[in-house]
Design a protein around this ligand. Structure first.
Ligand code: IVH
Length: 668
C-alpha cells in the first residue's frame, strides 16, 4: 500500500474503532461483532507496524498497553482534588441543607449521585485529545498514570468536540471482574486482592500498562474541574455535556428539588445497593447551581456545596486475643487490640487501635472478650463494644505498664491528658516514628520509604535522624534485604526530589508539637523562610490570626533547642530547600485599590468576565469575595438577571455596580 493510501486507511480505522469502542464500553450498545472489531484492530496494528510514524498517542491500539515505565512521574493538579465532608444520618443531611440555604440566602436544589468505591482520577484533554491522567495523591500532587488510564476502554482518547478541559472521575473494577481476577490469582497460588477497590488501585499502580489493560477497569466521570468557557451553569448540565463529549457518566444520578427528595433517593439506594454490578460506599449530594456552588466555596479540605452520605458500617463479632502497646512519634503509648482475624467491609481485620487507657475502661474490655468490630468510615477498624453476656469468667483484666515498652524509662501522664507518655527524647521508638512521619505524604512525600524499610535502616544504624536520609549511599542500600537496584534507584530519586519541597512540607515533617499540616502552611506563608521562622518571637507568632498561644509557645521552644539548630544546618548542607514556594500572602494594607479590605458579592451572569477570574482579580487587589449579602457586605456586583441578592442589597442600601463598572475599576 502506498503511504497516502495507508494514512487514509489509518484515519478511517481510528474513527471506526473509536466509535465501536464507544458504543461497546460507554453506551453498552455494540453495533458490530467482537470478531469484526478484532479484525479492524489487527488491520490497524499491521499498518502501524509497517508505517511506525502513523502510530499516534490517540490510536485505538494503545488500549492494549504501551511501554513499561521505570516509575510514575509526579504531577501537580491545576485545581486541587479535594475530598468531601461526611453525613451519617438524616440529621447531618438536614443540617447541611440548612447551612447551605442560609449561606446563599435562597432555596437550593441538588443532584444525587452514587458514590463509586474506586479511585479518584483526573483526566486532562487538550484540543479534544487525552494528554494526561493522574491519581489524586495528596490532593495537590498526584502520579502520572496516563499510560494505564489509556487502557481503560471507557475513557475516550479523543473527545467528540475539541475542548481543552480537565475531567474528574472514579476508576473502579466491576464486582464480576474482581471475582474472576481473584479466582485466577488463587489458581496460580498468588496473593488475593482484598476488595474491588484495592484491585483497581493495584492495577493502576502497575508500571506495565499491559497488566492494567487486562484488568477490565471502568470509569464513571463525575465533574469538569474547570467549566471555564463551556457555558455550563449547573452541575447537571456539566454531566450532560460530559455525555455529549463521549464520557461515561453514571446513569443513576437524579436531580432532587429539596432535601426530602434527597433522603428518599438515599433510602432507595440503601435497598438497591447489593444489586449493583459495582461497589458503592455512599451517595454524593451536590448543589446543582454553579453560581450557588461558587457562593458557598470551600473549606481547607472540601467544598461547602457537596456532602457524602456514608452507608452505615458493617459490624462483625470476633475475639480480643491480646492488647499490644506501641510508642508514637510524640512518646504517647497507644494500646492496640489484637483480634482473631475477621472479614469486615471487604478486608481481614486483626488489629484495632484502642487509643488510650480510658477507652479500655469505658468499654470495659478484657483480654479474651467477645467483641463487636466495625470499620469507621469503612476504613479504620474499631472495637464497638463487648458482648458481656458471653463472658466465661476466664477473661483477663488489662492494665497499662509503668515503663516504656521500648526504652524502659518511666512513663508519665501529663496534666490534662488521658495519654501516658514516654518522655525520654532518646527513645528509639520515638525517633523511628519521627522519621516515618518525616517521609509521609503530607510531609516530605518520599516514595519507596515504607515503614519496613525505615525500621531496617534504623536497625542497621544507617539513619538515626531525618538528616541521615540525605546521606544514604547506593552501595550500602543495595546490601539491605529486599532492596534491588530498581527500588534503590527509585528511592534515591525520591529522596533527591524531596529536597526541592516547599517549606511547609519540611515544617510539618519536623513534627513540631501542635503544628499540623495546615498550621505549617500558615507559618510558611507568613514567614517565607526557615531563617525568619527560627528568629520569630512569641509575639510575632501570635500576631498571626490562625496561630494561638499554645502553638506559638511550642514553635519558640522548638527552635530554641540547640539540637534543632544543628539538624537544620545539616539539612541545609545537604541541599534541602528552606523557602516557601507557594503563592505569596499580600497584606490588604499594602494594596492601593478600591477593593482592598472590602467584602464583595458577585451575582447574576457576567457577560465579559469569567466569574472565577473576576473573583481572583478582586482577591488579588485585596477584596474578599463572599457568597451572601449581609450587613457586612460593602459592594454587590450585579450581572444580567440578578435576582434576590440584588433586591436584598437594595434593601440594605449596599453599593451596587454593574459589570462595566467592575471592569473599569479592575483596569485602574
Ligand atoms: S465528587 C471535591 N462524585 O469520593 C470532591 N466524588 O471524598 C468532589 N467519589 O475523592 C468529589 N463517586 O474519589 C464525587 N459521584 C461522585 C463520586 C465521588 C466517588 C469519590 C471521589 C472523591 C471522594 C470524596
Amino acid at each position: 500500500m502506498v503511504k497516502e493510501e495507508a494514512q487514509k486507511r489509518v484515519q478511517e480505522l481510528h474513527d471506526l474503532l473509536h466509535q465501536y469502542n464507544y458504543e461497546y464500553h460507554v453506551l453498552d450498545k455494540p453495533s458490530v461483532s467482537d470478531a469484526e472489531y478484532d479484525r479492524l484492530m489487527q488491520e490497524l496494528k499491521s499498518l502501524e507496524e509497517q508505517f511506525p510514524e502513523m502510530l499516534t498517542s490517540d490510536s485505538p491500539s494503545v488500549r492494549v498497553g504501551g511501554q513499561i515505565l521505570d516509575a510514575f512521574n509526579k504531577v501537580e493538579h491545576r485545581t486541587p482534588m479535594l475530598s468531601l465532608g461526611n453525613a451519617f444520618n438524616e440529621t447531618d443531611l438536614r443540617d447541611f441543607d440548612r447551612r447551605a440555604k442560609q449561606a446563599v440566602g435562597e432555596d437550593v436544589s441538588y443532584v444525587c449521585e452514587l458514590k463509586i468505591d474506586g479511585l479518584a482520577v483526573s483526566l486532562r484533554y487538550e484540543q479534544g485529545f487525552f494528554v494526561q491522567g493522574a491519581t489524586r495523591g495528596d490532593g495537590t500532587i498526584g502520579e502520572d498514570i496516563t499510560e494505564n488510564l489509556k487502557t481503560v476502554r471507557s475513557i475516550p482518547l479523543k473527545m467528540k468536540q475539541p475542548h481543552s478541559l480537565e475531567v474528574r472521575g472514579e476508576v473502579f473494577m466491576p464486582k464480576k471482574s474482581f471475582e474472576s481476577l481473584n479466582k485466577a490469582k488463587a489458581e496460580n497460588g498468588e496473593e488475593l486482592f482484598a476488595n474491588p477497590r484495592n484491585a483497581a488501585a493495584g492495577s493502576l499502580r502497575q508500571l506495565d500498562p499491559k497488566i492494567a489493560a487486562k484488568r477490565n477497569l471502568d470509569i464513571y466521570v463525575y465533574s469538569i474541574a474547570d467549566v471555564g468557557e463551556t457555558g455550563v451553569s449547573a452541575h447537571s448540565q456539566g454531566l450532560d455535556l460530559l455525555d455529549e463529549l463521549g464520557f461515561k457518566t453514571n446513569p443513576e444520578r437524579r436531580k432532587c428539588a429539596n432535601i426530602d427528595e434527597v433522603i428518599t433517593y438515599i433510602e432507595g439506594w440503601t435497598e438497591k445497593r447489593p444489586n449493583l454490578s459495582y461497589d458503592i460506599d455512599g451517595i454524593v449530594i451536590k448543589i446543582d447551581s454553579l453560581e450557588q456552588q461558587q457562593a458557598l466555596g470551600f473549606t481547607a479540605k472540601s467544598p461547602r456545596w457537596a456532602i457524602a452520605y456514608k452507608f452505615p458500617a458493617e459490624e462483625v463479632v470476633t475475639k480480643l486475643l491480646d492488647i499490644e502497646l506501641s510508642v508514637g512519634r510524640t512518646g504517647v503509648i497507644t494500646p492496640t487490640a489484637i483480634l482473631e482475624p475477621v472479614r469486615v467491609a471487604g478486608t481481614t481485620v486483626q488489629r484495632a487501635s484502642l487509643h488510650n487507657e480510658d477507652l479500655i475502661r469505658e468499654k470495659d474490655l478484657k483480654i479474651g472478650d467477645t467483641v463487636v468490630v466495625k470499620k469507621a468510615g469503612d476504613i479504620i477498624p474499631e472495637v464497638v463494644n463487648v458482648m458481656v453476656e458471653l463472658r466465661t469468667g476466664d477473661e483477663v483484666e488489662f492494665s497499662m505498664p509503668t515503663h516504656c515498652p521500648e526504652c524502659e524509662s518511666e512513663l508519665v501522664r501529663l496534666e490534662e491528658e488521658v495519654a501516658l507518655r514516654c518522655i525520654n527524647p532518646a527513645c528509639p521508638a520515638q525517633i523511628r516514628e519521627g522519621i516515618i512521619h518525616f517521609v509521609s505524604r503530607n510531609a516530605m512525600n518520599i516514595d519507596g520509604l515504607g515503614e519496613k524499610v525505615i525500621v531496617q535502616l534504623f536497625k542497621e544504624k544507617l539513619v538515626e535522624n531525618v538528616a541521615d536520609l540525605y546521606k544514604l549511599e547506593r552501595e550500602r542500600l543495595l546490601q539491605l534485604e529486599r532492596m534491588g537496584e530498581k527500588s534503590v534507584d527509585n528511592l534515591l530519586k525520591a529522596i533527591e526530589m524531596s529536597k526541592g519541597n516547599s517549606l511547609e512540607k519540611l515544617l510539618f515533617g519536623l513534627g513540631i508539637r501542635h503544628v499540623g499540616a495546615k498550621a505549617a502552611k500558615t507559618l510558611a506563608q507568613n514567614f517565607e523562610t526557615m531563617g525568619n521562622l527560627q528568629k520569630a518571637t512569641f509575639e510575632e507568632l501570635v500576631a498571626i490570626h490562625e496561630i494561638g498561644d499554645k502553638m506559638a509557645d511550642s514553635v519558640v521552644t522548638y527552635f530554641d533547642l540547640p539540637e534543632v539548630e544543628e539538624l537544620l544546618k545539616e539539612l541545609v548542607e545537604y541541599g534541602v530547600n528552606m523557602d516557601y514556594k507557594g503563592p505569596k500572602l499580600v497584606s490588604t494594607e499594602d494594596i492601593d485599590s478600591v477593593f482592598a479590605g472590602k467584602t464583595i458579592v458577585l451575582t447574576g451572569k457576567l457577560e465579559q468576565l469569567n466569574r472565577n477570574e473576576a473573583k481572583a482579580e478582586i482577591e488579588a487587589l485585596g477584596g474578599k469575595v463572599t457568597g451572601s449579602i449581609s450587613k457586612s457586605t460593602d459592594l454587590l456586583i450585579a450581572g444580567e438577571a440578578a435576582g434576590s441578592k440584588l433586591a436584598k442589597a437594595q434593601e440594605l442600601n449596599i453599593e451596587i455596580w454593574d459589570e462595566e463598572r467592575l471592569i473599569l475599576e479592575l483596569k485602574k
